[in-house]
Design a protein around this ligand. Structure first.
Ligand SMILES: CC(C)(COP(=O)(O)OP(=O)(O)OC[C@H]1O[C@@H](n2cnc3c(N)ncnc32)[C@H](O)[C@@H]1OP(=O)(O)O)[C@@H](O)C(=O)NCCC(=O)NCCS
Length: 370
């Protein structure tokens, strides 16, 4: 049975923050912190904070700008987070709202309507709530029958969700599945932390996976390969348990944190070896892959992984697109953002979508333009 990625759609907020703006806000916060804690810093009770720098951010990550849901409050040193409202039954949830926007574009590009869709799978890094599933909320809004559910696999939530869609189609459960991946990450970023304040942006991608070749820009799924290996190097301990926890932790302690350098060192060789093995198992040479649509965590990581796969770091940047420059790290949506924006392959040409992130979790999908 052939299964296709028949169309994708992306959504992202209009507002952008460039590196100068994020650094200027952070450095003002540092001045304010150091001045108001002068005595404690002098007595050694508190550590002085250091400035961030645009040069570091661009060199270390490749990020130049990020699209965000609330620029003003993120940059305000008295807030340093976007302002959102509590969610309840009186209105559509933020994940459903952006998910529907991306889904409508994906459905149009895939040339399908709600009545063609049998299931909705929503994968994201940060759960909006425990229940009901946001996927079911979207299913209801779009008038889709069948089933819907949410799933969480950190920065591999998008590819793992596409993988589930392919499995459901090949097992006969569904013919066409709508995969939706909202990544509203900025509420989870601690903008007072120098090593992470510049990383994330907000966005959403949707993908129509179908047994049918419904569009003139369909990609056949050739192979899927997944692996997980436990690591504490990317973590968020935010949980419903926090309410009942009897030990002291601040909200900030429960937010996203990572040992970025360890992630870099451990994940790059792991992903390169994983993809090399997958190519071998499929009797493919790295030169058969015309595009690497990789997880957008760090431009240096992407370049290193691709150079380990193709055996040289002398390659055209179009081989491994870098939407991270404009969007920052979009958590699990990054690889499919890259696919959405750069999928101009000729019929018969192959490309590879690969996520890697918290877990650790890796999912690589080889596709062929038909
Ligand atoms: C986060 C990341 C960009 C940091 O880059 P890095 O090269 O590893 O940087 P390091 O953390 O080793 O820090 C290097 C130096 O820069 C400094 N530094 C950190 N943040 C800085 C900032 N904003 N401005 C200036 N200097 C900074 C550090 O203090 C360190 O200084 P030192 O050498 O004097 O100790 C990078 O590690 C990364 O992207 N890792 C992978 C992340 C990832 O995939 N996460 C998955 C989540 S989706």
């Amino acid at each position: 049975m052939q299964i296709h990625i028949a169309g994708t759609g992306i959504w992202y907020p209009k507002e952008t923050i460039n590196n100068e703006e994020i650094v200027s806000s952070f450095n003002s916060y540092v001045d304010h912190f150091n001045n108001s804690n002068k005595d404690k810093i002098e007595s050694g009770e508190l550590e002085k904070l250091d400035y961030s720098s645009t040069e570091f951010i661009e060199k270390a990550s490749g990020i130049k700008t990020r699209h965000v849901i609330d620029k003003k409050n993120i940059l305000d040193i008295n807030k340093m987070m976007p302002a959102v409202l509590h969610e309840d039954e009186s209105k559509l949830s933020i994940h459903a709202e952006v998910g529907i926007k991306a889904a409508q574009v994906a459905m149009k590009n895939a040339n399908v309507t709600s009545s063609d869709i049998d299931a909705v799978i929503l994968g994201t890094s940060h759960a909006a709530r425990n229940y009901p599933s946001v996927a079911i909320e979207i299913q209801n809004e779009l008038g889709i029958s069948g089933y819907a559910y949410d799933m969480l696999v950190g920065c591999s939530s998008t590819t793992f969700a596409i993988n589930n869609a392919v499995s459901d189609i090949s097992s006969g459960l569904a013919d066409t599945v709508l995969v939706i991946n909202p990544e509203i990450s900025t509420p989870f970023v601690n903008y007072t932390k120098r090593d992470i304040h510049f990383i994330f942006g907000d966005g959403c991608v949707a993908t129509v996976v179908s047994k049918n070749n419904t569009s003139n820009n369909s990609f056949r799924v050739i192979d899927r390969k997944l692996i997980t290996k436990f690591s504490n190097n990317i973590r968020s301990d935010w949980s419903y348990l926090a309410r009942a926890a009897t030990d002291e932790k601040s909200y900030e302690d429960l937010l996203f944190y990572q040992n970025g350098n360890s992630v870099f060192k451990e994940v790059c060789p792991m992903v390169a070896e994983f993809i090399n093995n997958q190519l071998k198992e499929n009797n493919l040479d790295s030169t058969d892959i015309k595009k690497f649509w990789l997880h957008q965590a760090n431009a240096r990581m992407i370049n290193l992984i691709v150079s380990k796969i193709i055996g040289t770091n002398d390659f055209d940047t179009s081989l491994a697109p870098l939407p991270i420059e404009k969007f920052g790290n979009l958590a699990s949506a990054g690889s499919m953002f890259a696919f959405n924006l750069h999928n101009d392959l000729e019929p018969g040409e192959k490309g590879l979508i690969c996520s890697f992130g918290a877990g650790y979790s890796v999912c690589s999908i080889i596709v062929e333009k038909i």
